[in-house]
Design a protein around this ligand. Structure first.
Ligand SMILES: Nc1ncnc2c1ncn2[C@@H]1O[C@H](COP(=O)(O)OP(=O)(O)OP(=O)(O)O)[C@@H](O)[C@H]1O
Length: 283
């Protein structure tokens, strides 16, 4: 479905991504996690055709991406800038459907259906600024759903909402993913979230950004905020992802490098590790 090969990107002389190879299968929900500044958003923008990669290629359903593909929807962190304040919620959701060549009645019907799937059918006639932040992000998700994209990209979609709303939205994404079987790629800086949502977690390293490791998430598809997070497999995975994100070389790698079976070694020193994980939500 999505195949990224040898992808590299530089902003001028600043090398941000290097040699990224990644495949996403039909119906998969893949999460991408990594320290701040490792190039997660840049990678997503390259996939969305918003930023042309300096090297390598992105192929979606057999077609190389060289501009924004028709069949893609993106949910950004900053919902307040992605919804148009002068349009009602329903019209915000319906607007991109013009690209699908649908008539007005069909666009409205699809918008109402998508709003109802995110629990916002009663807000259809309101304006975005009359809704809470969490509700506005639901509208953004509904807009992506209504579009019925081949691939849904999400860039830190819950980075600007409170903790309770974040959990509700995470569950909404899981529910939609299961119900629609939609292929999704979600970028987050949150280690727990990457495991909770993912069928597979891709961990990026930085300077330059590259794939450090990929971990299959062997948790049952049915997840819930309390039970899943207490599951021993969840605890093991979050610790593993946490070690990778913090730049701690896995014991096996450390042993390989040192020729011994010593304790894990930190890459770049503790200062770098701390800075990368403690940094707040972003941008
Ligand atoms: N348009 C741009 N022009 C120049 N440099 C950029 C641009 N966008 C991002 N960068 C730089 O590229 C690097 C990677 O940024 P990016 O936003 O992709 O990382 P990230 O992993 O998403 O970071 P964070 O988690 O903090 O949002 C950073 O050093 C950033 O300053």
């Amino acid at each position: 479905m999505l195949e990224i090969s040898g992808l590299g990107h530089s902003y001028g002389a600043h090398r941000v991504l290097d040699g990224i190879d990644l495949k996403v299968g039909e119906g998969e929900l893949v999460t991408i996690v990594g320290p701040s500044g490792c190039g997660k958003s840049t990678l997503l923008r390259c996939i969305a055709g918003l930023v042309p990669p300096t090297e390598g290629k992105v192929v979606l359903k057999g077609t190389p991406i060289d501009g924004v593909p028709d069949d893609l929807a993106v949910v950004f962190q900053d919902y307040s800038r992605s919804l148009l304040p002068w349009l009602t919620v329903r019209d915000n959701v319906a607007l991109p459907l013009r690209r699908r060549g649908l008539g007005k009645a069909d666009r409205r019907a699809r918008a109402v259906e998508a709003l109802s799937s995110v629990g916002l059918e009663d807000a259809a006639g309101k304006y975005p600024w009359q809704l809470s932040g969490g509700m506005q992000q639901r509208v953004s998700i509904a807009r992506a759903l209504a579009y019925k994209p081949t691939l849904m990209l999400m860039d830190e979609p819950f980075g600007s909402v409170d903790a309770q709303t974040r959990e509700d939205l995470e569950d909404l994404v899981l529910q939609v993913h299961r119900a629609e079987g939609m292929t999704m790629l979600l970028v987050t800086h949150d280690i727990d979230e990457s495991v909770y949502l993912g069928d597979r977690v891709v961990v990026l390293a930085r300077n330059p950004g590259r794939v450090r490791d990929e971990l299959p998430v062997t948790l049952p598809a049915d997840r819930d905020q309390i039970g899943t997070r207490a599951d021993a497999e969840f605890v093991r995975l979050r610790a593993e992802v946490g070690r990778l994100v913090r730049g701690v070389v896995k014991e096996s790698e450390a042993a390989d490098a040192a020729g011994t079976a010593d304790a894990p070694v930190e890459e770049g020193g503790a200062a770098e590790a701390d800075a990368s994980v403690e940094e707040p939500a972003k941008k």
